[in-house]
Ligand binder design. Structure first.
Ligand SMILES: Nc1nc2c(ncn2[C@@H]2O[C@H](COP(=O)(O)OP(=O)(O)OP(=O)(O)O)[C@@H](O)[C@H]2O)c(=O)[nH]1
Length: 166
């Protein structure tokens, strides 16, 4: 669990790190169903991990909800000397999929907060209609409650015998 503040709204996010290994994939797919945002992560020092992104993306398309938000991440940006995947290639793939793209480093924290903030923003935007609907219905409920409260107050004043007439 982590809390982020977006436009003054405190958002609590639950993060699952799914296993990349083939043998865990049946379990991994079960996580997709409840996900609202997904990072597709490859390692910039591994061309192989980049090639796997296509497979991840098609699994997400198959198992995640339609309005799931996705961001492509090239991690280990601190390992420039071992780089196998040029940044341009990440950019290009992200464009093809219509995703935002960040290079990050979990070691130096480079772009970590930025990528989480962006994904959270996208999830909030995608759910804006539901949130607005929720806000309207809460306000309506509160309006009704206030009215009842005021009525209650006047009723109780009317019905309570005055203890003093002076
Ligand atoms: N240099 C560097 N190493 C990293 C970074 N992020 C992770 N690592 C290292 O990469 C290795 C694998 O990290 P994990 O977090 O286990 O990677 P994973 O993708 O979750 O692995 P699976 O759960 O097996 O899919 C570990 O040795 C980490 O310390 C990074 O940003 N920079």
């Amino acid at each position: 669990m982590k809390t982020l503040e977006i436009d003054g709204i405190k958002v609590r996010i639950q993060i699952w790190d799914t296993a990349g290994q083939e043998r865990y994939q049946t379990i991994t797919k079960q996580y997709y169903r409840r996900a609202q945002g997904i990072f597709l992560v490859y390692d910039i020092t591994s061309e192989r991990s980049f090639q796997h992104i296509m497979k991840w993306a098609s699994d997400v398309d198959e198992y995640a909800p339609n309005k799931v938000q996705k961001i492509l991440i090239g991690n280990k940006s601190d390992e420039e000397q071992k780089r196998q995947v040029p940044k341009m290639q990440g950019d290009k793939l992200a464009k093809t999929y219509g995703m935002d793209f960040f290079e990050t480093s979990a070691c130096t924290n480079y772009n970590i907060k930025e990528s989480f903030t962006r994904l959270t923003e996208l999830v909030l935007q995608a759910n804006r209609k539901d949130l607005d609907g929720l806000r309207v219905s809460i306000n309506e409920d509160l309006g009704i409650a206030n009215l009842e409260d005021e009525e209650g107050q006047s009723d109780s004043t009317a019905n309570t015998p005055k203890s003093c007439w002076c």
